[in-house]
Design a protein around this ligand. Structure first.
Ligand code: TGC
Ligand code: FAD
Length: 392
């Protein structure tokens, strides 16, 4: 099948990429065109995560793609970003699934785990044979994860965990959960644990009635006296900075992913405007007000591409800071949501029909704006950096 979507490239952005980067993007685009686009409308309508894609995505090396060793693809940050862009052009929920598996589960095992943990989990996770979820948020601790109540207590050769986690992507389909908890015997130091989801006392319950990310599994987790062996502690995880460093990886992927969602909306609105005729048998694209919207969209997409690429290049040189990533996540998700709203407007009544991808992207982006640090929390992270004053 030919690649239908040609990309959005106004300023020869492609010339800023090398051959490997373009190859990763094009291969991911082809996979999404052939395997996700044909089914996503129905998945979204039914509120179903397309589980049938889990294995094929593993075979293509999508999981833990930027990690080295253990069967991972070892992609550069820019390659990884271009991959998430194409995934999210398909659907934010599928990009979310890959982000959680990679940045929020494989990354902490790779970074804070023991050699045994890495050998045991990473190769199977890279293939999608073991699935993960990441439990940081709680009912009373969202933007402020340091206020978490989940506790771990060392008891002989075990840890016993108690607490509730809320809004957890892939919660009920995961084989393992990376759970962040305060360790009572260590002065409430926050540490990460690998909790197998079959452990007695662990329960995942799906959130129903979601109007956003409908093709993604979102669950609450309950841990009641869940006993796990001591070797399930991620030994190098120490303090809140450990889960926050995982968020840096995921937020970076979202900064690119949002561009994909925006491209899908722009591409659809442009084609529609050239085809749809109103007044004197003229396409609506001939009206100045419609053109202005399309121009806004392509201008913001172009700026977002440059921002994401620069942060990616910094990341590849080990120079990307949390506030760089915050700016890219905040700007690009806002830009994508505005593009989705404008594109919806250009489609008129058709803009609310799920035959077109726009409303789905718009609804998804409302979640993307909130998760991984809300739009306003990222403003405060950038604000703290430039003023030296924390305003949380
Ligand atoms: P604060 O005192 O500022 O920091 C505590 C320690 O952490 C260090 N740090 C970071 N380290 C790495 N990366 C970052 N981004 C970091 N930000 C801070 C900091 O240097 C300090 O280190 P140390 O050595 O002094 O201990 O912490 P705070 O309690 O004031 O909170 C700061 C704040 C608000 C920025 C942070 O808590 C925050 O980012 N809140 C937002 C929470 C959030 O994003 N949750 C996401 C949950 S996961 C999710 O949504 C998955 S969605 C699915 C998908 O990805 O697709
Ligand atoms: P709150 O923190 O209650 O914020 C509510 C509002 O108050 C926001 O507008 C916020 O910006 C504002 N606000 C809060 N504090 C301040 C302040 N100091 N100054 C100014 N404004 C402030 N979490 C996980 O751990 N793992 C997951 O896999 C995961 N997946 C998710 C999937 C979905 C679909 C969704 C929607 C969320 C997911 N989350 C996950 C949770 C997500 O990270 C949180 O929703 C997010 O961090 C915000 O927390 P909250 O919803 O409790 O909002």
């Amino acid at each position: 099948m030919a690649i239908k979507f040609k990309g959005v490239d106004f300023i020869e952005f492609d010339t800023l990429l090398n051959d490997d980067e373009r190859l990763v993007r094009d291969n991911t685009r082809k996979f999404i065109e052939e395997n996700l686009i044909p089914i996503i409308e129905l998945c979204n309508r039914e509120g179903r995560f397309p589980k049938e894609l889990i294995k094929p995505m593993g075979e293509l090396g999508f999981y833990g793609a930027s990690l080295k060793g253990y069967g991972c693809a070892g992609m550069s940050a820019v390659e990884y970003g271009l991959m998430t862009q194409e995934l999210e052009r398909g659907d934010s929920g599928v990009r979310s699934f890959v982000s959680v598996q990679s940045a929020l589960c494989m990354y902490p095992i790779h970074t804070f785990g023991s050699q045994e943990q890495k050998q045991k989990y990473l190769p199977r996770m890279a293939l999608g044979e073991t699935l993960g979820c990441f439990g940081l948020t709680e009912p009373d601790a969202g933007s402020n994860p340091g206020a978490m109540r989940t506790r771990a207590r060392k008891d002989g050769d075990s840890y016993v965990l108690n607490g509730e986690k809320m809004w957890i992507t892939s919660g009920s389909i995961a084989d393992i959960a990376i759970i962040w908890a305060k360790v009572e015997n260590e002065g409430n130091l926050i540490r990460g644990f690998i909790v197998e989801t079959y452990r007695p006392g662990f329960k995942a319950t799906d959130v129903h009635g979601k109007l956003s990310l409908r093709a993604s599994v979102t669950s609450s987790l309950s841990l009641q006296d869940v006993r796990i062996p001591s070797e399930n502690l991620l030994p190098e995880s120490k303090g809140l900075k450990s889960p926050l460093s995982c968020l840096d990886q995921a937020r970076y992927g979202i900064a690119w992913g949002a561009i994909g969602a925006a491209m899908a909306c722009y591409d659809c609105a442009l084609q529609y405007a050239q085809f749809r005729k109103q007044f004197r048998d003229q396409p609506i694209a001939s009206h100045q007000l419609v053109q202005e919207k399309l121009v806004w969209m392509i201008s913001e997409i172009t700026k977002a591409q440059l921002l994401a690429l620069q942060v990616g290049r910094l990341k590849d040189r080990g120079k990307a800071k949390p506030w760089h990533i915050s700016m890219a996540k905040r700007n690009n998700v806002w830009m994508a949501l505005e593009c989705a709203r404008m594109a919806r407007d250009i489609l008129g009544a058709n803009g609310i029909a799920d035959e077109y991808p726009i409303f789905r992207h718009m609804a998804n982006l409302e979640s993307v704006k909130t998760y991984e640090g809300t739009h306003d929390i990222h403003a405060l992270i950038i604000g703290e950096h430039i003023t030296g004053l924390a305003a949380f």
